[in-house]
Design a protein around this ligand. Sequence first.
Ligand code: FAD
Length: 284
Amino acid sequence: MIPAAFEYQRATSVDDALAKLAASNGSGKLLAGGHSLIPLMKLRLSEPQVLIDIGRIAELSGIRENEGTIEIGALTVHQAVATSALIREQCPVVAEAASSIGDPQVRNRGTLGGSLAHADPSADYPAAMIAAGAEVIVKGANGSRSITAENCFLDLFTVDIAPDEIVTSVRLSPSRASAYAKLHQRASHFAIVGVGATLDVSGGTIRSARVGLTGASSHALRLTKVEAALAGKPATVETIEAASRGVGADLEVVNADLHASEEYRRAMVDVFTKRALLAALARA
Ligand SMILES: Cc1cc2nc3c(=O)[nH]c(=O)nc-3n(C[C@H](O)[C@H](O)[C@H](O)COP(=O)(O)OP(=O)(O)OC[C@H]3O[C@@H](n4cnc5c(N)ncnc54)[C@H](O)[C@@H]3O)c2cc1C
């Protein structure tokens, strides 16, 4: 439980952190809330030679609204997202995912950027961000770029973010008819199955839907077949029940571990897809 020796450096700005990352020649890692990285280091599953602490970079923290777009800084802790009146009203799927993470200690230390960059297959934010149609903003030596949430998570702990890039924020448009539903692991609260859903409903018809899944597979996914089954259909419980049926059976890769067998997870995918969609419909 004692990490390998490392050098500690504190970054004072995003550009300073990027410079320190570049100088570490691939042996450095960013430290945000430390709630994923430090356990890995203690288990010696991660052995960075340089730890670059970004935890006090003020420009990376906070929730801002600008001309209808909401921007959440990468260092914003889960508790701040969960309790933000703006996020709760405009993007309930994101606020609900944040409030379901771990326990009070984890929610007060863990950060949005750390969660997205770490990409635990059971993390809550990825599914919520896919459902919200979020863009992940990253900065590297060549400037900033944005990645859609659905294209960000590639595989187990693997993201479309280079080791020398920093997640600076997440951008969201309002998704008021949205919700997050989760079957949590009793000890850690990580998702066995977590589903984020957003509906666009008008005139009693579902115009479009966005559904994100976490916990069930190697990485968070967009459930495009469910979305297609909802689009253009009456906004009713029956439509949602029909669209949620067999979603789990249809997934290619489903995790199995001591917390839930593959068969149980597939069954729970249907249950929690339906719950998230019904909760989103109630807000439409
Ligand atoms: C007991 C416990 C229970 C938990 N339960 C849940 C849960 O129910 N649901 C859930 O989703 N999560 C859960 N977590 C994980 C928690 O949300 C972590 O805080 C989060 O995954 C990582 O955020 P962090 O700020 O702590 O990142 P760190 O641990 O500091 O970093 C994690 C990784 O991300 C990189 N990184 C950090 N910030 C950035 C950035 N801005 N740009 C690029 N790379 C960056 C680091 O270099 C590192 O590789 C739990 C953790 C613990 C310890």
